[in-house]
Design a protein around this ligand. Structure first.
Ligand code: SAM
Length: 305
């Protein structure tokens, strides 16, 4: 589908339902990949239509048979074409994504939020924390979704959002403003812990962890995201190995480390067979998130060295 056919199509589509149906057909025909906020063509088309019409989340059912102006139709079709031709995931087209029930600004400077850690945040990391954390580090924060989610879950906590990418931290800063948490949440640009001097009660991280073969095989939609947010060496563990070596020095005595490594969990188990990683289960899907206490990190310091 190219821009040339827009005038002709606009004459044949009339209602919101028509446009969602048309988008669904074209997205399926183009064999797009769905995995950035929706898992099917209808929901992708719906999100783009609601965005173009400035309708947000409200009134989906009531507006399905509403007729559109030609200008509205052209705006929707232009988004459909960008989705198909650029293989651009919907959140980069709408500029927003949902995580742990919260809306975040996103663009190509940050990964699109989708970590199963959202579920942990929603239950206050129960049962993994003995006490409410007073200090939290969201390491590899991207647009800040995990750390800002934690700031909602723990209203008295001080939260640091850190990332090696200055570009990502600009987006994180915008999300801090959007969520009005600047009195408790700050950003720090740092390569892992290089520029972080404090200790924390909780360090939570969704670092890059995709191994080289997986990265090469990922659908084009993933290649719209920063490579720095995904790739981490041959077995996906370059970052996590460093993190395991250094995390204990940045946790208080009762501190806890929560890290997502996704499919690279198998490599991690193989690399550190004696380490008692606690692997978490999620109701909404996702895997490869482990918990280790500071005590466990210290006990196995020699393994990580
Ligand atoms: C998988 S993304 C996670 C983004 C966000 N936390 C989320 O869950 O959606 C990983 C992030 O790690 C950052 N990163 C990569 N290498 C890093 C390093 N050495 N130190 C700190 N951050 C790093 C990337 O810039 C990217 O924003």
């Amino acid at each position: 589908m190219t821009a040339k056919i827009i005038p002709e199509i606009v004459d044949h589509l009339h209602t919101v339902r028509d446009y969602i149906r048309f988008g669904t057909s074209r997205f399926n025909e183009a064999q797009l990949y769905f995995g950035h906020g929706s898992d099917n063509a209808w929901d992708d088309a719906l999100a783009l239509v609601l965005h173009a019409l400035h309708l947000g989340e409200q009134g989906r059912e009531q507006i399905l048979d509403a007729r559109l102006t030609p200008g509205e139709g052209r705006a929707i079709l232009a988004l459909f074409i960008r989705r198909i031709e650029g293989r651009i995931p919907v959140p980069y087209l709408t500029g927003e994504a949902w995580f742990a029930g919260l809306k975040f600004k996103v663009d190509e400077r940050v990964l699109i939020p989708r970590s199963p850690i959202a579920e942990l945040i929603e239950v206050g990391f129960s049962p993994w924390l003995a006490d409410e954390p007073a200090t939290i580090l969201d390491l590899c924060t991207g647009g800040g979704c995990i750390g800002i989610g934690c700031a909602y879950a723990f209203p008295d906590a001080q939260v640091v959002l850190s990332d090696i990418s200055a570009d990502a931290l600009v987006v994180a800063g915008e999300n801090i403003e959007q969520h009005n948490v600047s009195s408790r949440v700050k950003t720090v640009e740092s390569d892992l812990f290089a520029d972080i001097t404090e200790r924390f009660d909780l360090i939570v991280s969704n670092p890059p962890y995709v191994d080289a073969p997986d990265y090469g095989a990922m659908p084009p939609e993933y290649h719209c995201e920063p490579a720095l947010a995904l790739e981490s060496g041959a077995d996906g563990l370059d970052f996590t190995r460093r993190l395991l070596r250094e995390a204990a020095d940045h946790l208080y005595d009762n501190g806890v480390l929560v890290v997502e490594v996704g499919n690279s969990a198998v490599h991690l188990e193989r690399a550190f067979p004696d380490v008692p990683f606690t692997w978490l289960e999620f109701e909404r899907g996702g895997c490869g998130v482990f918990v280790l206490t500071r005590a466990e990190l210290l006990t196995h310091a020699a393994d990580f060295a």
